[in-house]
Design a protein around this ligand. Structure first.
Ligand code: CTP
Ligand code: MG
Length: 162
């Protein structure tokens, strides 16, 4: 199978849109239950289940923005699957991070990996995504993640550069 740059863009855009929108809107307060952490501040094995960084607002925004990006590209179902994978993978990432006792917002190598893997696994349930796309997205991901965090730091969205 030949590498198709168009398919690559169709995968990458919904994934990174879904992953970065929650951060962009993190300072925007939406009243009510949407702003609450998904884990409702519950503890599990002596540590927060997910942590304050995972709100319903972020989950919904990630899902909607990535799906919208897919819609604009003319690949709505693919965009929806990728975005769902991103937000679910992000939650699982935080769950595992907390099990290793790494605090919310602290840098962790796997931060930029889980959401990509889940996005591609979800997409692969209906589309065939060959290994080249996985490889490039996984290599690109830590770089994009890093860039987004540095930009978020300089624009005042984050207090730390990671
Ligand atoms: N965010 C959110 N809801 C989500 C995901 C993200 O509200 N489901 C917002 C939070 O304000 C979060 C920010 O986007 O702090 C950045 O997301 P991320 O880096 O995934 O969260 P962290 O704060 O680093 O938390 P963790 O250590 O659990 O990854
Ligand atoms: Mg983080």
């Amino acid at each position: 199978m030949v590498f198709d740059p168009v398919l690559f863009v169709f995968l990458a855009i919904p994934v990174y849109v879904a992953n970065s929108t929650p951060l962009l809107f993190s300072k925007v307060r939406v009243l009510g239950f949407l702003d609450l952490p998904i884990d409702r501040k519950k503890f599990f094995m002596g540590e927060r289940l997910l942590g304050d960084g995972k709100t319903l607002k972020g989950f919904v925004l990630g899902l909607l923005s990535g799906s919208f990006a897919g819609l604009i590209l003319g690949a709505s179902f693919l965009g929806f699957l990728l975005s769902l994978g991103v937000v679910v993978g992000d939650l699982l990432g935080s769950f595992i991070k907390r099990r290793f006792r790494i605090k919310r917002g602290r840098q962790w190598f796997w931060d930029s990996i889980f959401f990509v893997v889940f996005a591609l696994v979800f997409a692969s349930s209906f589309f065939s995504v060959s290994w080249e796309y996985w490889l490039i997205l996984l290599i690109l991901s830590p770089l994009i993640h890093r860039l987004a965090n540095v930009l978020a730091f300089h624009s005042g969205l984050k207090n730390v550069k990671y």
